[in-house]
Design a protein around this ligand. Structure first.
Ligand SMILES: NC(=O)c1ccc[n+]([C@@H]2O[C@H](COP(=O)([O-])OP(=O)(O)OC[C@H]3O[C@@H](n4cnc5c(N)ncnc54)[C@H](O)[C@@H]3O)[C@@H](O)[C@H]2O)c1
Ligand SMILES: [Zn+2]
Length: 388
């Protein structure tokens, strides 16, 4: 047997995340600084893509962007007027939207040094981010996330994707953004339901990584449930920092291994989103998925009952759901449909199952198998707890 030639190189990734205010106010230089950070002397071509929900809620946004571009016309050049595209989960389910974006980037002759500036919620960022990452094998993407979930979690991370064949995120890439700008002002128009749903990801990262942050969420749950802007901003910032720290320090930013701690509660969540045809928001499904895995952890002796109670009480105090009737759906075989999510999760990881469970508040552990009868029992207990 001959020894192979071993090819080896590594690339350091770096992107700034700005926590800013009124990002397109001409007096605010953060955006232009972000775009010009690598080649400060150059004039950069930009295509703005805006989530329809954001454009509708902020009718002055497009003219504001045009004014901003005029103010910094020595540095930035709009390839076209800002384009409004569909947002929400439906945008990840419609392959035509990705084709349209590819066609638009082609007709505007965007090159690999051009920028796609993506302004929107997690779903639109995932879809348009995928289109940008696959145009010329990657045009530069600047993200301006506009929901709690996208600002605290998905928008600062390294993944994009769309749904296919009834599976969440079946198609997608790992593609670190060029820069991220987080402007809490956008959250003023986000509905209460989406604001609360986004908080589920903050509970997730707190419960698996940061006991003090979990305690902060518990202490401020009433204010958070009222969507008080200052508290929501604080939650977003801490959650984003933890998320970024995890990506930088976990040793597996592109998820090559099987452990996926940030997917706590997600095996059930992704299946519930599909089973409800996305009637449940991602964050709501994550809340229910974490509730199942918390009870499972307690039933298995991995965590104690106080941990279980603290977790369920915190989700409840934030106004997040613990139950959905889709959990009771059964296949003709009699098996709970949500259990299909386990096999799909294993397939997504590749090979070995590796599911994050709770050990105590702030600490997780990974298990390589789940007992389906015990999951079914946990779901039964969850129904009692949710209806109590
Ligand atoms: N890439 C990742 O790492 C990652 C991580 C977690 C979640 N996600 C994905 O994120 C998606 C969920 O994102 P989300 O919770 O942001 O929901 P969303 O993107 O579906 O947005 C919810 C709704 O709010 C609207 N909207 C967005 N910003 C608004 C604003 N400022 N004012 C008014 N309306 C606004 C949108 O148009 C949409 O109708 C899911 O598809 C999930 O899979 C991705
Ligand atoms: Zn998630």
């Amino acid at each position: 047997m001959s020894d192979p030639y071993v090819q080896r190189f590594s690339i350091a990734h770096e992107y700034p995340v700005y926590f800013t205010r009124d990002v397109f106010d001409p007096a605010n230089r953060d955006f232009v600084a972000a775009v010009c950070r690598v080649e400060p002397a150059r004039r950069h071509r930009l295509l703005f893509l805006i989530d329809r929900g954001v454009a509708d809620a902020w009718p002055t946004l497009c003219p504001q962007i045009s004014r901003y571009a005029e103010q910094y016309s020595d540095r930035i050049d709009l390839a076209a007027a800002p384009v409004v595209i569909e947002g929400g989960e439906a945008s990840k389910n419609d392959p035509v939207l990705v084709d349209d974006l590819h066609a638009r980037m082609h007709s505007l002759a965007l090159d690999r040094q051009s920028f796609a500036v993506l302004i929107g919620g997690g779903a639109m960022l995932d879809m348009a981010g995928y289109a940008a990452a696959t145009t010329h094998r990657g045009v530069r993407a600047v993200r301006v996330p506009t929901t709690v979930l996208a600002q605290a979690d998905s928008g600062v991370g390294v993944k994009n994707g769309v749904n296919a064949f009834g599976k969440k995120n079946f198609i997608g890439t790992f593609a670190p953004p060029f820069a991220v700008l987080i402007d809490g002002r956008f959250l003023q128009t986000l509905g209460r339901r989406d604001t609360l749903a986004g908080m589920a990801e903050a509970v997730k990262v707190a419960v698996i990584r940061d006991r003090a942050f979990f305690g902060w969420i518990q202490d401020h749950a009433p204010a958070l449930a009222r969507c008080e802007p200052d508290r929501v901003d604080q939650l977003v910032r801490r959650c984003a920092e933890l998320h970024l720290d995890h990506i930088a320090t976990s040793g597996d930013p592109f998820e090559l291994g099987s452990a996926r701690p940030l997917d706590f509660g997600h095996w059930a969540a992704h299946k519930l989103e599909a089973l409800t045809s996305h009637r449940l928001r991602h964050g709501e499904a994550v809340s229910i998925g974490m509730a199942i895995d918390t009870i499972y952890s307690a039933e298995s002796g991995l965590c104690n009952r106080q941990t279980e109670a603290a977790m369920l009480e915190t989700l409840r105090a934030l106004g997040l759901p613990l139950w959905d009737d889709a959990l009771a759906l059964r296949a003709p075989s009699g098996k709970l449909r949500v259990l299909e999510g386990l096999a799909e999760f294993r397939e997504h990881l590749g090979g070995e199952l590796c599911v994050t469970m709770l050990s105590t508040i702030g600490q997780r552990l990974e298990v390589s198998s789940l007992d389906e009868a015990r999951i079914a029992a946990a779901i039964g207990r969850l129904r009692e707890a949710a209806c109590a």
